[in-house]
Design a protein around this ligand. Sequence first.
Ligand code: HEM
Ligand SMILES: CC(C)=CCC/C(C)=C/CC/C(C)=C/COP(=O)(O)OP(=O)(O)O
Length: 304
Amino acid sequence: MLSLSRSHDFTAKCKDYLELTKPKVVALLVLTAWVGMMLAVPGLPDIQTVIIATVGIGLLSAAAAAMNHVVDRRIDAQMARTYSRPIAKGRITSRQASIFATSLAVMGFILLYFAVNALTAWLTLASLFGYAVVYTQFLKRATPQNIVIGGLAGAMPPLLGWTAIAGEVHGHALLLVMIIFAWTPPHFWALAIHRRADYAKVNMPMLPVTHGIEFTKSIICLYTVLLFVVCLMPYLVGMSGAIYLIGSVILNLRFMQYAWRLKLADEKTDLAMKTFKFSIVHLMTLFLLLLVDHYLKVSPFYVS
Ligand code: HEM
Ligand SMILES: CC(C)=CCC/C(C)=C/CC/C(C)=C/COP(=O)(O)OP(=O)(O)O
């Protein structure tokens, strides 16, 4: 009986530690890093480097997420969406979470530095710093442009994947970064509209709190148009072909439709949450399309 309850406690602790790492967010970040790795070379990249880089980038991203939980523990405890998080609820102490996050970060950095390359290790560490310190500690609390500037850290993984394989920064990798950079504001502000009361309660200067819901909806519409244009770039520079172009146009028209409907909807609808959820499907599908397109190039449609 005693050992049964011990194993239950252990499983619950593991679940809490896993929650600290924001596993679904990290899964999507790693997918985008993966696409960066695959697109960095014409054929298949070295599989051993792919595996080590995936683990290294994943560990540093998970460490950044856990650090975000430590820094935000007080505001998390006051918001309906986050009040039951492990540190906010006291199931894990800040000290335990900090040791956990630091261990993940050190392991990830060592893996990348010694088994991949120094450039990737430093760039990934800079992304961790950008998210856990610059965004979470400062920007988040300072300006409604917090997620625009801070979004750069979350947009880095395709570049990290690319440098892991190619050992250098390439313009094509920067295009992939720009796509996620332009995607982040509609992704987050749709959720922030839905959770406006939460953010207002803890005095976080998120755009819907500082500039109102109507203004935020208009800016979301503008960003989906910008995203549409940025997403054309891989085709226009000859990096991707027809499969990507067609898929990307469909996905972005749909995102613009969500944004437009959200703009016209009244506040009682759940369109903000639907737009947020669609943003995740959008980015995942877009990156999978880049991958499929890379391996099934339909040459007649290429701009070269
Ligand atoms: C500064 C940039 C970003 C901000 C402020 C942001 C904000 C958020 C927030 C607040 C949530 C939580 C929703 C919830 O708890 O229900 C969320 C969820 C999510 N975000 Fe982001 N995000 C950013 C960048 C990214 C990036 C770069 C990715 C991946 C490439 C990403 C992928 C996801 C995913 C997959 C979820 C769903 C998680 C779940 O269902 O548990 N986000 N985002
Ligand atoms: C090494 C590397 C690539 C680092 C990037 C790591 C990372 C986890 C980026 C995702 C961005 C994200 C989930 C922001 C939300 O934070 P929030 O504090 O606004 O949201 P919350 O209230 O849900 O915690």
